[in-house]
Design a protein around this ligand. Structure first.
Ligand code: SPQ
Length: 429
Protein backbone atom coordinates (compact mmCIF):
# COMPACT_ATOMS: atom_id res chain seq x y z
CA UNK A 1 0.00 0.00 0.00
CA UNK A 2 1.39 3.41 -0.96
CA UNK A 3 0.23 6.97 -0.33
CA UNK A 4 0.20 10.19 -2.30
CA UNK A 5 0.22 13.82 -1.15
CA UNK A 6 -2.45 15.87 -2.86
CA UNK A 7 -2.38 19.53 -3.82
CA UNK A 8 -4.92 21.68 -1.98
CA UNK A 9 -6.41 25.17 -2.33
CA UNK A 10 -5.92 25.40 -6.10
CA UNK A 11 -7.00 28.40 -8.19
CA UNK A 12 -9.49 26.39 -10.28
CA UNK A 13 -9.74 23.58 -12.86
CA UNK A 14 -9.77 24.50 -16.53
CA UNK A 15 -9.61 22.74 -19.89
CA UNK A 16 -11.00 19.63 -21.58
CA UNK A 17 -10.51 15.88 -21.27
CA UNK A 18 -11.97 12.69 -22.72
CA UNK A 19 -12.61 10.32 -19.84
CA UNK A 20 -11.66 6.64 -20.44
CA UNK A 21 -14.08 4.06 -21.81
CA UNK A 22 -17.11 2.96 -19.79
CA UNK A 23 -16.29 0.11 -17.40
CA UNK A 24 -19.69 -1.62 -17.59
CA UNK A 25 -19.69 -1.51 -21.41
CA UNK A 26 -16.02 -2.58 -21.67
CA UNK A 27 -16.68 -5.72 -19.57
CA UNK A 28 -19.73 -6.58 -21.63
CA UNK A 29 -17.96 -6.01 -24.97
CA UNK A 30 -15.42 -8.73 -24.08
CA UNK A 31 -18.06 -11.10 -22.73
CA UNK A 32 -20.32 -10.73 -25.77
CA UNK A 33 -17.34 -10.94 -28.12
CA UNK A 34 -16.46 -14.25 -26.44
CA UNK A 35 -19.96 -15.79 -26.69
CA UNK A 36 -20.65 -14.52 -30.23
CA UNK A 37 -19.41 -16.13 -33.45
CA UNK A 38 -16.58 -14.35 -35.29
CA UNK A 39 -14.13 -11.55 -34.60
CA UNK A 40 -15.36 -8.63 -32.50
CA UNK A 41 -13.28 -5.46 -32.39
CA UNK A 42 -13.56 -2.98 -29.56
CA UNK A 43 -12.17 0.57 -29.50
CA UNK A 44 -11.87 2.96 -26.54
CA UNK A 45 -11.85 -0.11 -24.27
CA UNK A 46 -11.09 0.71 -20.62
CA UNK A 47 -7.71 -0.86 -19.79
CA UNK A 48 -8.46 -0.64 -16.03
CA UNK A 49 -7.70 -3.52 -13.66
CA UNK A 50 -11.32 -4.74 -13.52
CA UNK A 51 -11.73 -5.05 -17.29
CA UNK A 52 -8.30 -6.68 -17.60
CA UNK A 53 -9.56 -9.29 -15.09
CA UNK A 54 -12.48 -10.01 -17.44
CA UNK A 55 -10.08 -10.47 -20.36
CA UNK A 56 -7.85 -12.80 -18.36
CA UNK A 57 -10.82 -14.96 -17.25
CA UNK A 58 -11.99 -15.41 -20.87
CA UNK A 59 -8.45 -16.24 -22.00
CA UNK A 60 -8.44 -19.00 -19.36
CA UNK A 61 -11.74 -20.19 -20.84
CA UNK A 62 -9.93 -20.69 -24.16
CA UNK A 63 -10.96 -17.50 -25.98
CA UNK A 64 -8.32 -15.81 -28.17
CA UNK A 65 -8.17 -12.14 -27.17
CA UNK A 66 -5.60 -9.56 -28.31
CA UNK A 67 -5.19 -6.26 -26.47
CA UNK A 68 -3.27 -3.23 -27.67
CA UNK A 69 -3.73 -0.18 -25.45
CA UNK A 70 -7.47 0.57 -25.70
CA UNK A 71 -8.15 -1.70 -28.71
CA UNK A 72 -9.27 -5.28 -28.21
CA UNK A 73 -9.96 -8.12 -30.67
CA UNK A 74 -11.94 -11.11 -29.48
CA UNK A 75 -12.30 -14.32 -31.48
CA UNK A 76 -15.54 -15.88 -30.31
CA UNK A 77 -16.91 -19.32 -31.17
CA UNK A 78 -20.24 -19.04 -29.36
CA UNK A 79 -21.09 -20.30 -25.86
CA UNK A 80 -20.02 -23.80 -27.08
CA UNK A 81 -16.50 -22.47 -27.80
CA UNK A 82 -15.78 -21.88 -24.08
CA UNK A 83 -13.52 -24.61 -22.63
CA UNK A 84 -13.17 -25.92 -19.08
CA UNK A 85 -10.44 -23.80 -17.47
CA UNK A 86 -7.56 -25.63 -15.81
CA UNK A 87 -6.92 -22.73 -13.44
CA UNK A 88 -9.02 -20.73 -10.98
CA UNK A 89 -10.72 -17.75 -12.66
CA UNK A 90 -9.42 -14.71 -10.76
CA UNK A 91 -11.85 -11.77 -10.97
CA UNK A 92 -9.65 -9.47 -8.86
CA UNK A 93 -11.77 -6.64 -7.40
CA UNK A 94 -14.54 -6.86 -9.99
CA UNK A 95 -18.15 -7.57 -9.01
CA UNK A 96 -19.30 -7.20 -12.62
CA UNK A 97 -16.82 -9.84 -13.81
CA UNK A 98 -17.81 -12.49 -11.29
CA UNK A 99 -21.58 -11.97 -11.40
CA UNK A 100 -21.94 -11.83 -15.20
CA UNK A 101 -19.46 -14.67 -15.66
CA UNK A 102 -21.57 -16.83 -13.33
CA UNK A 103 -24.51 -16.33 -15.69
CA UNK A 104 -22.41 -17.47 -18.65
CA UNK A 105 -20.81 -20.43 -16.85
CA UNK A 106 -24.18 -21.60 -15.46
CA UNK A 107 -24.97 -22.83 -18.97
CA UNK A 108 -21.63 -24.54 -19.67
CA UNK A 109 -21.30 -28.29 -19.06
CA UNK A 110 -17.97 -28.10 -17.23
CA UNK A 111 -16.42 -27.27 -13.87
CA UNK A 112 -15.07 -23.83 -13.00
CA UNK A 113 -13.99 -22.05 -9.84
CA UNK A 114 -14.21 -18.25 -9.41
CA UNK A 115 -12.25 -16.30 -6.87
CA UNK A 116 -11.32 -12.66 -6.22
CA UNK A 117 -9.65 -10.33 -3.73
CA UNK A 118 -10.60 -9.71 -0.09
CA UNK A 119 -13.31 -7.18 -1.05
CA UNK A 120 -14.95 -9.63 -3.48
CA UNK A 121 -14.85 -12.23 -0.70
CA UNK A 122 -17.23 -10.06 1.34
CA UNK A 123 -19.74 -9.23 -1.43
CA UNK A 124 -23.02 -11.19 -1.60
CA UNK A 125 -23.28 -13.78 -4.36
CA UNK A 126 -26.55 -15.51 -3.35
CA UNK A 127 -28.49 -12.89 -5.29
CA UNK A 128 -27.00 -14.52 -8.42
CA UNK A 129 -26.40 -18.13 -7.33
CA UNK A 130 -29.98 -18.64 -6.07
CA UNK A 131 -31.81 -17.96 -9.38
CA UNK A 132 -29.06 -19.70 -11.40
CA UNK A 133 -29.52 -22.82 -9.24
CA UNK A 134 -33.28 -22.58 -9.88
CA UNK A 135 -32.47 -22.67 -13.60
CA UNK A 136 -30.55 -25.93 -13.07
CA UNK A 137 -26.87 -25.04 -12.54
CA UNK A 138 -24.90 -26.75 -9.77
CA UNK A 139 -23.25 -23.91 -7.83
CA UNK A 140 -21.61 -23.78 -4.44
CA UNK A 141 -19.53 -21.37 -2.42
CA UNK A 142 -18.41 -20.48 1.07
CA UNK A 143 -21.22 -20.24 3.65
CA UNK A 144 -23.74 -22.23 1.57
CA UNK A 145 -23.05 -20.44 -1.67
CA UNK A 146 -23.02 -16.90 -0.33
CA UNK A 147 -19.33 -15.99 -0.83
CA UNK A 148 -16.29 -16.75 -2.99
CA UNK A 149 -14.67 -19.05 -3.91
CA UNK A 150 -17.66 -20.05 -6.04
CA UNK A 151 -17.69 -23.34 -7.95
CA UNK A 152 -19.98 -23.99 -10.91
CA UNK A 153 -20.84 -27.07 -12.92
CA UNK A 154 -23.36 -25.80 -15.44
CA UNK A 155 -25.49 -27.01 -18.33
CA UNK A 156 -29.09 -27.98 -19.18
CA UNK A 157 -30.73 -24.78 -17.99
CA UNK A 158 -34.47 -24.20 -17.92
CA UNK A 159 -35.93 -20.70 -18.31
CA UNK A 160 -37.45 -18.97 -15.27
CA UNK A 161 -39.69 -16.03 -14.43
CA UNK A 162 -37.84 -14.15 -11.75
CA UNK A 163 -38.71 -11.10 -9.69
CA UNK A 164 -35.42 -9.44 -8.67
CA UNK A 165 -35.35 -8.79 -4.89
CA UNK A 166 -32.91 -5.87 -5.41
CA UNK A 167 -32.44 -3.41 -8.27
CA UNK A 168 -29.19 -4.81 -9.69
CA UNK A 169 -27.98 -4.67 -13.27
CA UNK A 170 -25.44 -7.38 -12.45
CA UNK A 171 -28.09 -9.88 -11.33
CA UNK A 172 -30.34 -8.99 -14.28
CA UNK A 173 -27.39 -9.39 -16.69
CA UNK A 174 -26.32 -12.75 -15.22
CA UNK A 175 -29.86 -14.07 -15.69
CA UNK A 176 -30.09 -12.74 -19.26
CA UNK A 177 -26.77 -14.44 -20.10
CA UNK A 178 -28.01 -17.70 -18.55
CA UNK A 179 -31.40 -17.22 -20.26
CA UNK A 180 -29.69 -17.07 -23.68
CA UNK A 181 -28.55 -20.67 -23.01
CA UNK A 182 -31.77 -21.98 -21.38
CA UNK A 183 -34.66 -23.99 -22.77
CA UNK A 184 -37.61 -21.56 -23.13
CA UNK A 185 -38.14 -17.87 -22.42
CA UNK A 186 -36.60 -16.27 -19.32
CA UNK A 187 -38.38 -13.23 -17.87
CA UNK A 188 -36.87 -10.93 -15.25
CA UNK A 189 -38.93 -8.34 -13.38
CA UNK A 190 -36.97 -5.42 -11.92
CA UNK A 191 -38.15 -3.44 -8.86
CA UNK A 192 -36.62 -0.31 -10.47
CA UNK A 193 -34.95 0.29 -13.82
CA UNK A 194 -31.20 -0.44 -13.76
CA UNK A 195 -28.49 0.15 -16.39
CA UNK A 196 -29.53 -1.57 -19.63
CA UNK A 197 -26.12 -2.14 -21.27
CA UNK A 198 -26.64 -5.92 -21.46
CA UNK A 199 -29.96 -5.54 -23.30
CA UNK A 200 -28.30 -3.11 -25.75
CA UNK A 201 -25.38 -5.53 -26.24
CA UNK A 202 -27.69 -8.48 -27.01
CA UNK A 203 -29.27 -6.39 -29.80
CA UNK A 204 -25.89 -5.10 -31.01
CA UNK A 205 -24.70 -8.71 -31.40
CA UNK A 206 -27.81 -9.61 -33.44
CA UNK A 207 -29.87 -11.17 -30.65
CA UNK A 208 -33.39 -10.41 -29.47
CA UNK A 209 -34.52 -9.19 -26.07
CA UNK A 210 -37.93 -7.73 -25.30
CA UNK A 211 -38.78 -5.16 -22.65
CA UNK A 212 -42.25 -4.25 -21.38
CA UNK A 213 -42.29 -1.89 -18.42
CA UNK A 214 -40.11 -3.49 -15.75
CA UNK A 215 -40.11 -6.93 -17.49
CA UNK A 216 -37.21 -8.06 -19.64
CA UNK A 217 -37.41 -11.35 -21.58
CA UNK A 218 -34.96 -13.36 -23.61
CA UNK A 219 -35.37 -16.63 -25.50
CA UNK A 220 -32.79 -19.41 -25.20
CA UNK A 221 -30.81 -20.87 -28.11
CA UNK A 222 -30.08 -17.58 -29.91
CA UNK A 223 -26.92 -17.34 -31.99
CA UNK A 224 -25.01 -14.08 -31.51
CA UNK A 225 -22.77 -12.64 -34.24
CA UNK A 226 -19.54 -10.66 -33.77
CA UNK A 227 -19.77 -6.86 -33.80
CA UNK A 228 -17.77 -3.64 -33.81
CA UNK A 229 -17.98 -1.72 -30.54
CA UNK A 230 -16.84 1.83 -29.84
CA UNK A 231 -17.07 2.24 -26.07
CA UNK A 232 -18.32 5.67 -24.92
CA UNK A 233 -16.52 7.52 -22.11
CA UNK A 234 -17.58 6.47 -18.61
CA UNK A 235 -20.10 8.85 -17.01
CA UNK A 236 -19.18 7.36 -13.62
CA UNK A 237 -15.56 8.51 -14.19
CA UNK A 238 -16.70 11.84 -15.67
CA UNK A 239 -18.75 12.37 -12.48
CA UNK A 240 -15.60 13.19 -10.48
CA UNK A 241 -14.73 16.03 -12.87
CA UNK A 242 -18.35 17.15 -13.24
CA UNK A 243 -18.44 17.56 -9.47
CA UNK A 244 -14.99 19.19 -9.33
CA UNK A 245 -16.00 21.63 -12.09
CA UNK A 246 -19.12 22.55 -10.15
CA UNK A 247 -17.60 22.98 -6.67
CA UNK A 248 -14.00 24.15 -7.12
CA UNK A 249 -14.25 27.95 -7.45
CA UNK A 250 -13.22 29.45 -10.84
CA UNK A 251 -13.50 26.15 -12.72
CA UNK A 252 -14.77 25.51 -16.25
CA UNK A 253 -14.44 22.04 -17.79
CA UNK A 254 -15.42 20.35 -21.02
CA UNK A 255 -15.77 16.56 -20.80
CA UNK A 256 -15.84 14.97 -24.24
CA UNK A 257 -17.48 11.79 -25.54
CA UNK A 258 -19.28 10.87 -22.30
CA UNK A 259 -21.83 8.02 -22.34
CA UNK A 260 -25.32 9.45 -21.82
CA UNK A 261 -27.38 6.27 -21.50
CA UNK A 262 -30.52 7.47 -19.64
CA UNK A 263 -30.15 4.62 -17.11
CA UNK A 264 -26.82 6.18 -16.03
CA UNK A 265 -27.40 9.95 -16.12
CA UNK A 266 -28.69 10.41 -12.55
CA UNK A 267 -25.58 12.47 -11.70
CA UNK A 268 -26.57 15.07 -14.30
CA UNK A 269 -30.10 15.20 -12.86
CA UNK A 270 -28.68 15.77 -9.35
CA UNK A 271 -26.29 18.47 -10.55
CA UNK A 272 -29.26 20.21 -12.19
CA UNK A 273 -31.38 19.77 -9.04
CA UNK A 274 -28.57 21.41 -7.03
CA UNK A 275 -28.48 24.35 -9.44
CA UNK A 276 -25.16 23.62 -11.17
CA UNK A 277 -24.20 25.35 -14.41
CA UNK A 278 -24.11 22.30 -16.64
CA UNK A 279 -24.89 21.88 -20.32
CA UNK A 280 -24.90 18.90 -22.67
CA UNK A 281 -23.55 19.85 -26.05
CA UNK A 282 -23.09 17.83 -29.26
CA UNK A 283 -25.26 14.87 -28.29
CA UNK A 284 -25.33 11.76 -30.54
CA UNK A 285 -28.28 9.49 -29.79
CA UNK A 286 -27.97 7.34 -32.93
CA UNK A 287 -25.21 5.07 -31.74
CA UNK A 288 -26.08 1.89 -29.72
CA UNK A 289 -25.17 3.88 -26.59
CA UNK A 290 -25.86 7.65 -26.66
CA UNK A 291 -22.86 9.98 -26.13
CA UNK A 292 -22.24 13.71 -25.81
CA UNK A 293 -19.92 16.45 -24.55
CA UNK A 294 -20.68 18.08 -21.19
CA UNK A 295 -19.70 21.58 -20.14
CA UNK A 296 -19.67 22.42 -16.43
CA UNK A 297 -18.82 25.63 -14.62
CA UNK A 298 -18.40 26.46 -10.93
CA UNK A 299 -21.50 27.93 -9.32
CA UNK A 300 -23.42 28.10 -6.07
CA UNK A 301 -25.13 24.77 -5.26
CA UNK A 302 -28.05 24.05 -2.97
CA UNK A 303 -28.75 20.89 -0.97
CA UNK A 304 -31.19 18.31 -2.32
CA UNK A 305 -32.85 14.95 -1.70
CA UNK A 306 -31.62 11.94 -3.68
CA UNK A 307 -33.93 8.92 -3.44
CA UNK A 308 -36.16 6.30 -5.04
CA UNK A 309 -35.98 5.54 -8.77
CA UNK A 310 -33.02 7.90 -9.13
CA UNK A 311 -30.74 5.74 -6.95
CA UNK A 312 -29.94 2.96 -9.50
CA UNK A 313 -29.19 5.70 -12.08
CA UNK A 314 -26.38 7.10 -9.90
CA UNK A 315 -25.51 4.38 -7.40
CA UNK A 316 -21.75 4.60 -8.09
CA UNK A 317 -21.81 8.43 -7.97
CA UNK A 318 -23.07 8.73 -4.38
CA UNK A 319 -19.57 9.19 -2.85
CA UNK A 320 -18.91 12.22 -5.09
CA UNK A 321 -22.46 13.56 -4.59
CA UNK A 322 -21.77 13.46 -0.83
CA UNK A 323 -18.68 15.61 -1.38
CA UNK A 324 -20.64 18.11 -3.51
CA UNK A 325 -23.22 18.30 -0.72
CA UNK A 326 -20.53 19.42 1.78
CA UNK A 327 -20.12 22.58 -0.34
CA UNK A 328 -23.81 23.23 -1.12
CA UNK A 329 -26.06 25.56 0.81
CA UNK A 330 -28.35 23.67 3.20
CA UNK A 331 -28.89 19.99 3.86
CA UNK A 332 -28.66 17.05 1.43
CA UNK A 333 -30.38 13.74 2.20
CA UNK A 334 -29.51 10.51 0.39
CA UNK A 335 -31.91 7.63 1.04
CA UNK A 336 -33.04 4.25 -0.41
CA UNK A 337 -29.37 3.45 -1.01
CA UNK A 338 -28.75 0.36 1.20
CA UNK A 339 -27.01 -1.23 -1.81
CA UNK A 340 -24.03 1.03 -1.03
CA UNK A 341 -23.23 -1.32 1.85
CA UNK A 342 -22.29 -4.18 -0.51
CA UNK A 343 -20.02 -2.40 -2.97
CA UNK A 344 -16.17 -2.57 -3.01
CA UNK A 345 -16.47 -1.19 0.55
CA UNK A 346 -19.50 -0.30 2.64
CA UNK A 347 -19.73 3.07 0.88
CA UNK A 348 -22.01 4.60 3.51
CA UNK A 349 -19.41 3.95 6.21
CA UNK A 350 -16.30 4.78 4.18
CA UNK A 351 -17.74 8.06 2.80
CA UNK A 352 -18.91 9.22 6.24
CA UNK A 353 -15.69 8.13 7.99
CA UNK A 354 -13.26 9.66 5.48
CA UNK A 355 -15.13 12.93 4.85
CA UNK A 356 -15.56 13.41 8.61
CA UNK A 357 -11.76 13.21 8.97
CA UNK A 358 -11.52 16.22 6.61
CA UNK A 359 -14.06 18.16 8.68
CA UNK A 360 -17.32 17.47 6.84
CA UNK A 361 -20.58 17.49 8.74
CA UNK A 362 -22.05 14.17 7.64
CA UNK A 363 -24.07 11.40 9.31
CA UNK A 364 -24.75 7.83 8.26
CA UNK A 365 -28.35 6.59 8.20
CA UNK A 366 -29.61 3.04 7.69
CA UNK A 367 -30.14 3.58 3.96
CA UNK A 368 -27.90 6.52 3.08
CA UNK A 369 -26.54 9.67 4.68
CA UNK A 370 -27.32 13.26 5.64
CA UNK A 371 -24.82 15.97 4.74
CA UNK A 372 -24.86 19.56 6.04
CA UNK A 373 -23.46 22.03 3.57
CA UNK A 374 -21.01 24.87 3.27
CA UNK A 375 -18.35 23.25 5.42
CA UNK A 376 -14.73 24.26 5.18
CA UNK A 377 -12.60 21.16 4.70
CA UNK A 378 -9.30 20.95 6.55
CA UNK A 379 -6.72 18.32 5.66
CA UNK A 380 -5.12 15.16 7.00
CA UNK A 381 -4.52 11.52 6.18
CA UNK A 382 -7.36 9.66 4.49
CA UNK A 383 -7.67 6.24 2.84
CA UNK A 384 -9.40 4.80 -0.21
CA UNK A 385 -9.86 1.53 1.75
CA UNK A 386 -9.00 -0.13 -1.59
CA UNK A 387 -12.14 1.36 -3.19
CA UNK A 388 -11.46 3.24 -6.45
CA UNK A 389 -14.48 5.54 -6.12
CA UNK A 390 -13.59 6.52 -2.54
CA UNK A 391 -10.01 7.24 -3.70
CA UNK A 392 -11.18 9.54 -6.52
CA UNK A 393 -13.74 11.32 -4.33
CA UNK A 394 -11.05 12.05 -1.71
CA UNK A 395 -8.64 13.32 -4.40
CA UNK A 396 -11.29 15.84 -5.51
CA UNK A 397 -12.00 16.72 -1.84
CA UNK A 398 -8.28 17.54 -1.44
CA UNK A 399 -8.67 20.35 -4.03
CA UNK A 400 -10.97 22.15 -1.56
CA UNK A 401 -8.96 21.48 1.58
CA UNK A 402 -7.08 24.20 3.38
CA UNK A 403 -4.30 21.83 4.46
CA UNK A 404 -2.35 19.01 2.86
CA UNK A 405 -4.15 15.71 2.22
CA UNK A 406 -2.31 12.38 2.23
CA UNK A 407 -4.29 9.69 0.43
CA UNK A 408 -3.40 6.12 1.39
CA UNK A 409 -3.91 3.24 -1.03
CA UNK A 410 -4.41 5.56 -4.00
CA UNK A 411 -3.47 2.77 -6.45
CA UNK A 412 -7.01 1.33 -6.08
CA UNK A 413 -8.08 4.05 -8.56
CA UNK A 414 -6.58 2.03 -11.45
CA UNK A 415 -9.58 -0.32 -11.20
CA UNK A 416 -11.67 2.10 -13.27
CA UNK A 417 -9.56 5.18 -14.11
CA UNK A 418 -5.85 4.36 -14.64
CA UNK A 419 -4.96 7.89 -15.88
CA UNK A 420 -7.03 9.77 -13.29
CA UNK A 421 -4.09 11.72 -11.81
CA UNK A 422 -2.72 12.61 -15.28
CA UNK A 423 -6.11 14.13 -16.16
CA UNK A 424 -6.37 15.89 -12.80
CA UNK A 425 -2.91 17.48 -13.15
CA UNK A 426 -3.65 18.47 -16.75
CA UNK A 427 -6.75 20.39 -15.61
CA UNK A 428 -5.04 22.04 -12.64
CA UNK A 429 -2.34 23.61 -14.85
O1 SPQ B 1 -18.06 -4.26 -10.83
P1 SPQ B 1 -18.27 -3.69 -9.46
O2 SPQ B 1 -17.10 -3.96 -8.60
O3 SPQ B 1 -19.56 -4.13 -8.83
O4 SPQ B 1 -18.35 -2.09 -9.67
C1 SPQ B 1 -19.26 -1.05 -9.29
C2 SPQ B 1 -18.38 0.28 -9.30
O5 SPQ B 1 -18.47 1.13 -8.43
O6 SPQ B 1 -17.64 0.41 -10.27
C3 SPQ B 1 -19.95 -1.25 -7.94
F1 SPQ B 1 -19.20 -1.33 -6.94
O7 SPQ B 1 -20.26 -0.81 -10.30
C4 SPQ B 1 -21.36 -1.70 -10.57
C5 SPQ B 1 -22.66 -0.98 -10.26
O8 SPQ B 1 -22.72 -0.56 -8.92
C6 SPQ B 1 -21.29 -2.04 -12.05
C7 SPQ B 1 -22.59 -2.57 -12.58
C8 SPQ B 1 -22.61 -3.21 -13.92
O9 SPQ B 1 -21.67 -3.02 -14.71
O10 SPQ B 1 -23.59 -3.93 -14.20
C9 SPQ B 1 -23.78 -2.45 -11.89
C10 SPQ B 1 -23.88 -1.86 -10.56
O11 SPQ B 1 -23.94 -2.90 -9.59
P2 SPQ B 1 -25.31 -3.62 -9.18
O12 SPQ B 1 -24.94 -4.47 -7.98
O13 SPQ B 1 -26.25 -2.54 -8.83
O14 SPQ B 1 -25.76 -4.44 -10.29
Amino acid sequence: MTSITLKSSIAGLNGEISVPGDKSISHRSVMFGAIAHGETSVSNFLPGDDCLSTISCFQKLGVKIEVEKDSVRINGSGFEGLKEPNEILDVGNSGTTIRLLMGILAGRPFYSCLHGDASIGKRPMTRVTKPLKQMGAAIDGRETGQYTPITIRGGNLTAINYQLPVASAQVKSALLLAGLQAEGKTTIIEPQATRDHTERMIRKFGGEVSTAGREISVKGGQKLTASVINVPGDISSAAFFLAAGAIVPNSKLLLKNVGLNPTRTGIIEVLQQMGAKIEIIKQDSNSFEPVGDILVEASKLTGTVVEGELIPKLIDEIPIIALMATQAEGKTVIKDAEELKVKETNRIDTVVHELSKLGASIEATTDGMVIYGQTKLGGGTVSSHGDHRIGMMLSIAALLCQGEVILENHEAISVSYPNFFTHLHHLIQ
